[in-house]
Ligand binder design. Sequence first.
Ligand SMILES: *[C@@H]1O[C@H](CO)[C@@H](O)[C@H](O)[C@H]1NC(C)=O
Ligand SMILES: *[C@@H]1O[C@H](CO)[C@@H](O)[C@H](O)[C@H]1NC(C)=O
Ligand SMILES: *[C@@H]1O[C@H](CO)[C@@H](O)[C@H](O)[C@H]1NC(C)=O
Length: 366
Amino acid sequence: MMSIMKPTRNLLFALCSMLVLGFLYYSSGKLHLHVWGQKPLFDKQGFLMKLDGKLPPELEYKYGNLSEGACKPGYVAAKMTSIYPKFVKPASMFLDLNFKRLKNVNNYLPPFGFKTQENIIEVILSATKDYGLSPELNSLPCRRCVIVGNGGILSNKSLGSRIDEYDIIVRLNEAPVSGFDKDVGSKTTMRITYPEGAIQNPSRYEKDSLFVFSAFKPQDFRWLRQMIFKDNQRGVDGFWKSVAHQVPREPSEMRILNPFFIQEASFRFIGLPHNNGLMGKGNIPTLGAVAITMALHNCDEVAVAGFGYDMSTPHAPLHYYEKVKMSAIKESWTHNISKEKEFLRKLVKAGVITDLTNGILAPPGV
Ligand SMILES: *[C@@H]1O[C@H](CO)[C@@H](O)[C@H](O)[C@H]1NC(C)=O
Ligand SMILES: *[C@@H]1O[C@H](CO)[C@@H](O)[C@H](O)[C@H]1NC(C)=O
Ligand SMILES: *[C@@H]1O[C@H](CO)[C@@H](O)[C@H](O)[C@H]1NC(C)=O
Protein backbone atom coordinates (compact mmCIF):
# COMPACT_ATOMS: atom_id res chain seq x y z
CA MET A 1 0.00 0.00 0.00
CA MET A 2 2.60 2.55 1.15
CA SER A 3 4.85 1.79 -1.77
CA ILE A 4 2.06 2.70 -4.20
CA MET A 5 0.86 5.83 -2.30
CA LYS A 6 4.28 7.43 -1.98
CA PRO A 7 5.02 8.10 -5.66
CA THR A 8 1.46 9.39 -6.14
CA ARG A 9 1.82 11.73 -3.20
CA ASN A 10 5.19 12.94 -4.44
CA LEU A 11 3.74 13.52 -7.87
CA LEU A 12 0.82 15.46 -6.38
CA PHE A 13 3.23 17.49 -4.28
CA ALA A 14 5.36 18.28 -7.30
CA LEU A 15 2.30 19.27 -9.33
CA CYS A 16 1.07 21.54 -6.55
CA SER A 17 4.45 23.19 -6.17
CA MET A 18 4.60 23.82 -9.90
CA LEU A 19 1.15 25.37 -9.82
CA VAL A 20 2.05 27.61 -6.90
CA LEU A 21 5.34 28.65 -8.45
CA GLY A 22 3.66 29.20 -11.78
CA PHE A 23 1.08 31.40 -10.13
CA LEU A 24 3.73 33.37 -8.26
CA TYR A 25 5.68 33.85 -11.45
CA TYR A 26 2.57 34.98 -13.30
CA SER A 27 1.41 37.39 -10.62
CA SER A 28 4.86 38.82 -9.98
CA GLY A 29 5.11 39.55 -13.69
CA LYS A 30 1.73 41.25 -13.59
CA LEU A 31 2.44 43.27 -10.49
CA HIS A 32 6.12 44.02 -11.25
CA LEU A 33 7.02 42.63 -7.85
CA HIS A 34 10.28 41.13 -9.05
CA VAL A 35 10.14 38.26 -6.55
CA TRP A 36 11.05 35.57 -9.03
CA GLY A 37 14.70 36.03 -9.92
CA GLN A 38 14.28 39.02 -12.19
CA LYS A 39 16.09 42.34 -12.25
CA PRO A 40 17.31 43.61 -8.89
CA LEU A 41 15.53 46.59 -7.34
CA PHE A 42 18.73 48.53 -6.71
CA ASP A 43 21.77 49.25 -8.85
CA LYS A 44 25.39 48.67 -7.82
CA GLN A 45 25.62 52.01 -6.01
CA GLY A 46 22.42 51.31 -4.07
CA PHE A 47 20.05 53.56 -6.04
CA LEU A 48 16.57 52.37 -6.94
CA MET A 49 16.55 51.14 -10.56
CA LYS A 50 13.10 52.44 -11.39
CA LEU A 51 13.21 56.18 -10.89
CA ASP A 52 10.36 58.58 -11.38
CA GLY A 53 9.58 62.02 -10.05
CA LYS A 54 6.56 60.88 -8.03
CA LEU A 55 6.47 61.61 -4.31
CA PRO A 56 6.18 58.62 -1.95
CA PRO A 57 2.72 58.66 -0.26
CA GLU A 58 4.09 59.77 3.12
CA LEU A 59 5.66 62.82 1.47
CA GLU A 60 2.49 63.58 -0.51
CA TYR A 61 0.75 63.75 2.83
CA LYS A 62 3.50 65.71 4.57
CA TYR A 63 3.66 68.39 1.87
CA GLY A 64 0.02 68.19 0.83
CA ASN A 65 -1.06 71.32 2.69
CA LEU A 66 1.79 73.57 1.55
CA SER A 67 0.85 76.25 -0.93
CA GLU A 68 2.12 75.82 -4.49
CA GLY A 69 5.81 76.69 -4.74
CA ALA A 70 6.46 76.90 -0.99
CA CYS A 71 9.78 75.54 0.29
CA LYS A 72 9.32 71.98 1.54
CA PRO A 73 11.20 71.33 4.79
CA GLY A 74 13.28 68.15 4.62
CA TYR A 75 12.34 67.47 1.02
CA VAL A 76 15.78 66.67 -0.42
CA ALA A 77 16.77 64.24 2.33
CA ALA A 78 13.39 62.48 2.22
CA LYS A 79 13.40 62.13 -1.56
CA MET A 80 17.04 61.03 -1.58
CA THR A 81 16.30 58.37 1.05
CA SER A 82 13.38 57.10 -1.02
CA ILE A 83 15.72 56.29 -3.95
CA TYR A 84 18.87 55.61 -1.92
CA PRO A 85 17.94 54.00 1.43
CA LYS A 86 21.54 54.12 2.70
CA PHE A 87 21.43 57.92 2.84
CA VAL A 88 22.26 59.37 6.28
CA LYS A 89 21.56 63.08 6.40
CA PRO A 90 23.75 64.56 9.15
CA ALA A 91 27.08 65.81 7.75
CA SER A 92 28.21 69.31 8.59
CA MET A 93 29.12 71.63 5.74
CA PHE A 94 32.40 72.81 7.19
CA LEU A 95 35.08 71.54 9.56
CA ASP A 96 34.96 72.93 13.09
CA LEU A 97 37.28 72.45 16.07
CA ASN A 98 35.74 69.03 16.74
CA PHE A 99 36.78 67.82 13.30
CA LYS A 100 38.99 64.98 14.61
CA ARG A 101 35.87 63.20 15.81
CA LEU A 102 34.51 62.84 12.29
CA LYS A 103 34.86 59.07 12.02
CA ASN A 104 34.31 58.63 8.31
CA VAL A 105 37.06 61.07 7.29
CA ASN A 106 39.75 60.86 9.97
CA ASN A 107 41.23 57.72 8.47
CA TYR A 108 41.54 58.89 4.89
CA LEU A 109 44.28 61.01 3.32
CA PRO A 110 43.26 64.03 1.22
CA PRO A 111 41.14 64.39 -0.79
CA PHE A 112 38.89 61.82 0.93
CA GLY A 113 39.78 62.85 4.48
CA PHE A 114 42.27 64.92 6.45
CA LYS A 115 44.65 62.32 7.89
CA THR A 116 48.22 63.76 8.28
CA GLN A 117 46.83 67.33 8.07
CA GLU A 118 45.37 67.59 11.59
CA ASN A 119 47.91 70.07 12.95
CA ILE A 120 47.71 72.55 10.12
CA ILE A 121 43.91 72.35 10.13
CA GLU A 122 43.91 73.17 13.84
CA VAL A 123 46.07 76.24 13.18
CA ILE A 124 43.75 77.33 10.36
CA LEU A 125 40.55 76.80 12.35
CA SER A 126 41.86 78.65 15.37
CA ALA A 127 42.39 81.65 13.07
CA THR A 128 39.05 81.53 11.23
CA LYS A 129 37.03 81.06 14.45
CA ASP A 130 33.78 80.78 12.49
CA TYR A 131 32.58 77.41 11.28
CA GLY A 132 29.07 77.85 9.99
CA LEU A 133 26.74 79.90 7.83
CA SER A 134 25.49 83.33 8.84
CA PRO A 135 22.92 83.45 11.69
CA GLU A 136 20.25 84.61 9.20
CA LEU A 137 20.76 81.54 7.00
CA ASN A 138 21.00 79.24 10.00
CA SER A 139 17.67 80.44 11.37
CA LEU A 140 15.71 79.83 8.15
CA PRO A 141 13.09 77.11 8.71
CA CYS A 142 13.55 75.91 5.13
CA ARG A 143 16.62 76.50 2.97
CA ARG A 144 16.67 76.47 -0.81
CA CYS A 145 20.07 76.08 -2.41
CA VAL A 146 21.28 76.41 -5.97
CA ILE A 147 24.62 75.15 -7.22
CA VAL A 148 25.72 77.20 -10.19
CA GLY A 149 28.02 75.17 -12.42
CA ASN A 150 30.25 76.81 -15.00
CA GLY A 151 28.72 75.34 -18.16
CA GLY A 152 28.17 77.33 -21.35
CA ILE A 153 24.59 76.05 -21.18
CA LEU A 154 23.93 79.01 -18.84
CA SER A 155 24.54 81.49 -21.65
CA ASN A 156 21.62 83.55 -22.95
CA LYS A 157 18.97 81.86 -20.80
CA SER A 158 18.38 84.93 -18.59
CA LEU A 159 18.19 82.77 -15.46
CA GLY A 160 19.94 85.36 -13.28
CA SER A 161 16.89 86.65 -11.42
CA ARG A 162 15.66 83.10 -10.85
CA ILE A 163 19.05 82.06 -9.41
CA ASP A 164 19.11 85.13 -7.14
CA GLU A 165 15.84 83.99 -5.48
CA TYR A 166 17.57 81.08 -3.72
CA ASP A 167 18.62 81.37 -0.07
CA ILE A 168 22.03 79.83 -0.64
CA ILE A 169 23.82 80.42 -3.92
CA VAL A 170 26.92 78.30 -4.39
CA ARG A 171 29.48 79.13 -7.07
CA LEU A 172 32.60 77.23 -8.03
CA ASN A 173 36.20 78.33 -8.47
CA GLU A 174 36.74 81.40 -10.61
CA ALA A 175 33.32 81.52 -12.34
CA PRO A 176 32.59 85.25 -12.61
CA VAL A 177 29.40 87.08 -11.69
CA SER A 178 30.13 90.64 -12.72
CA GLY A 179 29.19 91.16 -16.37
CA PHE A 180 27.18 87.91 -16.45
CA ASP A 181 24.44 88.77 -13.91
CA LYS A 182 21.62 88.48 -16.41
CA ASP A 183 22.39 84.79 -16.96
CA VAL A 184 24.00 83.67 -13.69
CA GLY A 185 22.64 86.07 -11.07
CA SER A 186 24.45 88.56 -8.91
CA LYS A 187 24.44 87.05 -5.41
CA THR A 188 26.95 84.58 -4.02
CA THR A 189 26.61 82.95 -0.61
CA MET A 190 29.72 80.86 -0.97
CA ARG A 191 32.38 80.14 -3.50
CA ILE A 192 33.92 76.68 -3.23
CA THR A 193 37.48 76.62 -4.45
CA TYR A 194 40.71 74.63 -4.56
CA PRO A 195 44.02 76.47 -4.98
CA GLU A 196 44.39 76.09 -8.75
CA GLY A 197 40.81 77.18 -9.27
CA ALA A 198 40.84 80.26 -7.02
CA ILE A 199 40.31 83.71 -8.50
CA GLN A 200 43.79 85.18 -9.01
CA ASN A 201 42.93 88.88 -9.42
CA PRO A 202 42.02 90.20 -5.93
CA SER A 203 39.70 92.86 -7.39
CA ARG A 204 37.49 90.15 -8.90
CA TYR A 205 36.42 88.69 -5.54
CA GLU A 206 32.81 89.63 -4.75
CA LYS A 207 31.95 91.07 -1.34
CA ASP A 208 29.97 89.24 1.33
CA SER A 209 30.55 85.68 0.23
CA LEU A 210 32.21 82.87 2.12
CA PHE A 211 35.47 81.58 0.73
CA VAL A 212 35.02 77.82 1.08
CA PHE A 213 38.13 75.79 0.61
CA SER A 214 38.07 72.25 -0.72
CA ALA A 215 41.35 70.38 -0.40
CA PHE A 216 42.41 67.79 -2.94
CA LYS A 217 46.10 67.41 -2.05
CA PRO A 218 48.09 67.78 1.19
CA GLN A 219 49.87 70.91 -0.07
CA ASP A 220 46.47 72.58 -0.56
CA PHE A 221 46.22 73.07 3.22
CA ARG A 222 49.63 74.78 3.26
CA TRP A 223 48.37 77.18 0.59
CA LEU A 224 45.26 77.94 2.64
CA ARG A 225 47.38 78.66 5.72
CA GLN A 226 49.41 81.15 3.69
CA MET A 227 46.27 82.84 2.39
CA ILE A 228 44.83 83.15 5.89
CA PHE A 229 47.99 84.50 7.50
CA LYS A 230 48.71 86.69 4.44
CA ASP A 231 52.07 85.04 4.23
CA ASN A 232 52.76 85.32 0.51
CA GLN A 233 56.55 85.34 0.84
CA ARG A 234 56.91 81.59 1.12
CA GLY A 235 56.25 79.91 -2.21
CA VAL A 236 54.27 76.69 -2.33
CA ASP A 237 55.11 74.05 -4.93
CA GLY A 238 53.22 71.11 -6.22
CA PHE A 239 50.38 72.79 -8.09
CA TRP A 240 49.46 71.93 -11.63
CA LYS A 241 49.07 75.58 -12.58
CA SER A 242 49.84 78.97 -11.07
CA VAL A 243 47.83 79.73 -7.97
CA ALA A 244 46.52 82.91 -6.33
CA HIS A 245 49.02 84.73 -4.10
CA GLN A 246 46.38 86.37 -1.99
CA VAL A 247 42.74 85.95 -1.15
CA PRO A 248 41.17 89.28 -0.08
CA ARG A 249 39.11 87.78 2.70
CA GLU A 250 39.14 88.00 6.47
CA PRO A 251 39.89 84.68 8.21
CA SER A 252 36.34 84.77 9.63
CA GLU A 253 35.01 84.61 6.05
CA MET A 254 36.91 81.41 5.26
CA ARG A 255 35.75 77.83 5.78
CA ILE A 256 37.06 74.33 5.10
CA LEU A 257 34.56 72.12 3.29
CA ASN A 258 34.00 68.78 5.03
CA PRO A 259 36.01 66.26 2.94
CA PHE A 260 33.29 63.68 3.60
CA PHE A 261 31.45 65.04 0.55
CA ILE A 262 34.37 64.16 -1.74
CA GLN A 263 34.54 60.68 -0.25
CA GLU A 264 30.81 60.04 -0.42
CA ALA A 265 30.44 61.43 -3.95
CA SER A 266 33.34 59.34 -5.23
CA PHE A 267 32.99 55.96 -3.52
CA ARG A 268 29.28 55.76 -2.80
CA PHE A 269 27.20 57.95 -5.09
CA ILE A 270 29.24 57.80 -8.30
CA GLY A 271 31.00 54.50 -7.66
CA LEU A 272 34.53 55.49 -8.66
CA PRO A 273 37.43 53.11 -7.88
CA HIS A 274 38.22 52.97 -4.16
CA ASN A 275 41.95 52.42 -4.77
CA ASN A 276 42.51 51.70 -1.06
CA GLY A 277 41.19 55.14 -0.24
CA LEU A 278 43.97 56.89 -2.17
CA MET A 279 43.69 59.36 -5.01
CA GLY A 280 44.09 57.43 -8.25
CA LYS A 281 43.13 57.28 -11.89
CA GLY A 282 39.58 58.48 -12.43
CA ASN A 283 38.45 58.54 -8.78
CA ILE A 284 38.18 62.27 -8.06
CA PRO A 285 34.70 63.77 -8.40
CA THR A 286 34.40 67.22 -9.96
CA LEU A 287 33.85 70.15 -7.62
CA GLY A 288 30.31 70.43 -8.99
CA ALA A 289 29.42 66.90 -7.86
CA VAL A 290 31.03 67.58 -4.48
CA ALA A 291 28.96 70.76 -4.05
CA ILE A 292 25.74 68.92 -4.93
CA THR A 293 26.61 66.20 -2.40
CA MET A 294 27.12 68.88 0.26
CA ALA A 295 23.72 70.38 -0.61
CA LEU A 296 21.92 67.02 -0.31
CA HIS A 297 22.94 66.99 3.36
CA ASN A 298 22.48 70.65 4.20
CA CYS A 299 19.57 72.07 2.20
CA ASP A 300 15.82 71.43 2.14
CA GLU A 301 15.53 71.93 -1.62
CA VAL A 302 18.33 71.82 -4.19
CA ALA A 303 18.54 73.16 -7.72
CA VAL A 304 21.45 73.18 -10.13
CA ALA A 305 22.23 75.28 -13.19
CA GLY A 306 25.06 75.16 -15.71
CA PHE A 307 25.62 71.38 -15.58
CA GLY A 308 25.73 69.15 -18.65
CA TYR A 309 25.65 70.23 -22.24
CA ASP A 310 22.87 71.31 -24.53
CA MET A 311 23.31 69.27 -27.68
CA SER A 312 21.01 71.53 -29.66
CA THR A 313 23.79 74.13 -29.54
CA PRO A 314 26.95 72.12 -30.22
CA HIS A 315 28.98 75.27 -30.86
CA ALA A 316 28.19 76.73 -27.46
CA PRO A 317 31.23 77.44 -25.29
CA LEU A 318 32.32 74.93 -22.64
CA HIS A 319 32.14 77.62 -19.91
CA TYR A 320 29.76 80.57 -19.85
CA TYR A 321 32.64 82.99 -19.31
CA GLU A 322 35.20 82.01 -21.94
CA LYS A 323 35.42 81.09 -25.60
CA VAL A 324 36.78 77.53 -25.39
CA LYS A 325 34.41 75.30 -27.40
CA MET A 326 32.73 72.11 -26.19
CA SER A 327 34.94 70.03 -28.45
CA ALA A 328 37.68 70.76 -25.90
CA ILE A 329 36.10 68.27 -23.46
CA LYS A 330 38.41 65.34 -22.91
CA GLU A 331 38.20 62.47 -20.48
CA SER A 332 40.71 63.57 -17.90
CA TRP A 333 42.94 61.40 -15.76
CA THR A 334 41.32 62.52 -12.55
CA HIS A 335 37.59 62.67 -13.28
CA ASN A 336 35.17 60.22 -14.82
CA ILE A 337 32.68 62.57 -16.44
CA SER A 338 30.44 59.84 -17.87
CA LYS A 339 30.06 57.97 -14.57
CA GLU A 340 29.47 61.24 -12.78
CA LYS A 341 26.75 62.16 -15.23
CA GLU A 342 24.95 58.86 -14.51
CA PHE A 343 24.75 59.91 -10.84
CA LEU A 344 23.42 63.38 -11.69
CA ARG A 345 20.85 61.85 -14.05
CA LYS A 346 19.50 59.69 -11.23
CA LEU A 347 19.04 62.74 -9.00
CA VAL A 348 17.26 64.73 -11.71
CA LYS A 349 15.16 61.83 -12.98
CA ALA A 350 13.89 61.09 -9.48
CA GLY A 351 13.23 64.77 -8.78
CA VAL A 352 15.69 64.93 -5.88
CA ILE A 353 17.23 68.02 -7.50
CA THR A 354 15.87 70.45 -10.10
CA ASP A 355 17.98 71.20 -13.17
CA LEU A 356 17.27 74.82 -14.16
CA THR A 357 19.21 74.57 -17.45
CA ASN A 358 18.05 71.04 -18.44
CA GLY A 359 21.52 69.88 -19.44
CA ILE A 360 21.73 66.80 -17.25
CA LEU A 361 19.03 64.69 -18.91
CA ALA A 362 20.03 65.91 -22.40
CA PRO A 363 21.10 63.02 -24.64
CA PRO A 364 24.86 62.24 -24.45
CA GLY A 365 27.35 62.50 -27.30
CA VAL A 366 28.19 65.52 -29.44
C1 LIG B 1 -3.62 69.15 6.24
O1 LIG B 1 -4.80 69.86 6.54
C2 LIG B 1 -5.85 69.05 7.02
C3 LIG B 1 -7.12 69.91 7.19
O2 LIG B 1 -6.78 71.16 7.73
C4 LIG B 1 -5.45 68.38 8.33
O3 LIG B 1 -6.47 67.55 8.81
C5 LIG B 1 -4.18 67.55 8.07
O4 LIG B 1 -3.71 66.98 9.28
C6 LIG B 1 -3.08 68.42 7.47
N1 LIG B 1 -1.94 67.58 7.10
C7 LIG B 1 -0.70 67.83 7.49
C8 LIG B 1 0.36 66.90 7.05
O5 LIG B 1 -0.42 68.78 8.19
C1 LIG C 1 35.06 55.64 -16.22
O1 LIG C 1 34.29 54.54 -15.79
C2 LIG C 1 34.06 53.58 -16.80
C3 LIG C 1 33.08 52.56 -16.26
O2 LIG C 1 33.47 52.10 -14.99
C4 LIG C 1 35.39 52.98 -17.22
O3 LIG C 1 35.18 52.03 -18.25
C5 LIG C 1 36.30 54.10 -17.70
O4 LIG C 1 37.56 53.58 -18.00
C6 LIG C 1 36.43 55.16 -16.63
N1 LIG C 1 37.22 56.28 -17.12
C7 LIG C 1 38.25 56.80 -16.44
C8 LIG C 1 38.88 58.01 -17.05
O5 LIG C 1 38.68 56.31 -15.43
C1 LIG D 1 24.45 84.77 -26.68
O1 LIG D 1 24.00 85.97 -27.27
C2 LIG D 1 25.04 86.78 -27.77
C3 LIG D 1 24.42 88.10 -28.23
O2 LIG D 1 23.19 87.91 -28.89
C4 LIG D 1 25.75 86.02 -28.90
O3 LIG D 1 26.81 86.81 -29.42
C5 LIG D 1 26.30 84.73 -28.35
O4 LIG D 1 26.87 83.95 -29.38
C6 LIG D 1 25.21 83.90 -27.67
N1 LIG D 1 25.83 82.77 -27.01
C7 LIG D 1 25.34 81.51 -27.10
C8 LIG D 1 26.10 80.47 -26.38
O5 LIG D 1 24.36 81.24 -27.76
